[in-house]
Design a binder for this molecule. Sequence first.
Ligand SMILES: Nc1ncnc2c1ncn2[C@@H]1O[C@H](COP(=O)(O)OP(=O)(O)OP(=O)(O)O)[C@@H](O)[C@H]1O
Ligand SMILES: [Mg+2]
Length: 349
Amino acid sequence: MNAANAHPLLTIADIALRTGLEESLLRFYESEYPNALPTKVLRGDALLFPEEAVAAFQRLHRRQAPQQAPQPPDRPRYGRVIAITSGKGGVGKTNIALNLAIAIQRLGKMCVVVDGDLGMANIHLLAGLPPRPGMTELLAADARPSELIGEGPEGIGIITGGSGIIALADSDQATRRRMIKALAEVERQADVLIVDTGAGMGRGVRDFLQAADEILFVITPDITSLADAYGLLKGIDQERGGDDRRPIYSVVNMADTLQQAANVALRFSDCAHRFLGRSVKNIGYILKDATVGAATARRTPYSVFRPQSRVSKHTHNLAVALLRDEMDELRISSAFGRYRKMLDNGGQP
Ligand SMILES: Nc1ncnc2c1ncn2[C@@H]1O[C@H](COP(=O)(O)OP(=O)(O)OP(=O)(O)O)[C@@H](O)[C@H]1O
Ligand SMILES: [Mg+2]
């Protein structure tokens, strides 16, 4: 047996087989980190890797924290940014944001929930977590985007609004820009970002509504909920322009019966279609359930407190419906990245 057989030379395809890593990712590592890899050897007219390259690629891959692993440049993927909103307050946005994130995570997707409710940030309270610095405070202290993400229940990520986010309500331009840039980075690290916005069309809320790939309206059978939701949709429609085809969904919360929920959903989508020419797809129903209040009293998300409850099952169904409805073309560009470009080009938030 000669020396070459004892230590075979390897192509990228061989290394992909040996490491289980994709060839495009290996090529990306090769171009980005040439100094971390052994020198290639000329064999015939091909440059091949020596055996040690297998371990070197594995080391390189391990060194990238899983969330920070660079995307192969030929297939960039960005998480879906779904903003949860409502015209009127108190309709269940924060509860749905948190429990939907948990349901999505249970379905095998990496989910980060962003507390975008200016001044009223409270996801961490519902999740039973101790207070932690909010994203504006962390960004002011030069934190990296991945450091904004705290650990929430069942492995979801939580980006806390915190009290510092009040500064955002005053829309300090530099802070807003920094937040948008950081969230664009977070999009590379998660499959889905759920943003819990405040109600209505306040200044800070607009950034999220303008940037989001998808908007999920929470509506309730309360008559003012529907009227306010319609008012907000009209505002969004005007800001986004008629040719914007990003999906808009609704979920009916706190209905007493499915019949009532279906009527509410139909009324909303009918108005949207008739007066704005917008299609709003209803994607779920969550009935009124005392489990929500009981879970809040225990500072536990309801889907953790009682996973078999009606409200947890409805939220699971909502997650399944959302994951089924993915628009692939929105995955190849970053929602916050697009928004940032629009602001750079003088677009109005
Ligand atoms: N399906 C439900 N069944 C019963 N109660 C619910 C349900 N969903 C939400 N609630 C209750 O409604 C209230 C408002 O919920 P939540 O704080 O999630 O709403 P919100 O839209 O985020 O409010 P805000 O606009 O103030 O941020 C809470 O007391 C919550 O327990
Ligand atoms: Mg809320």
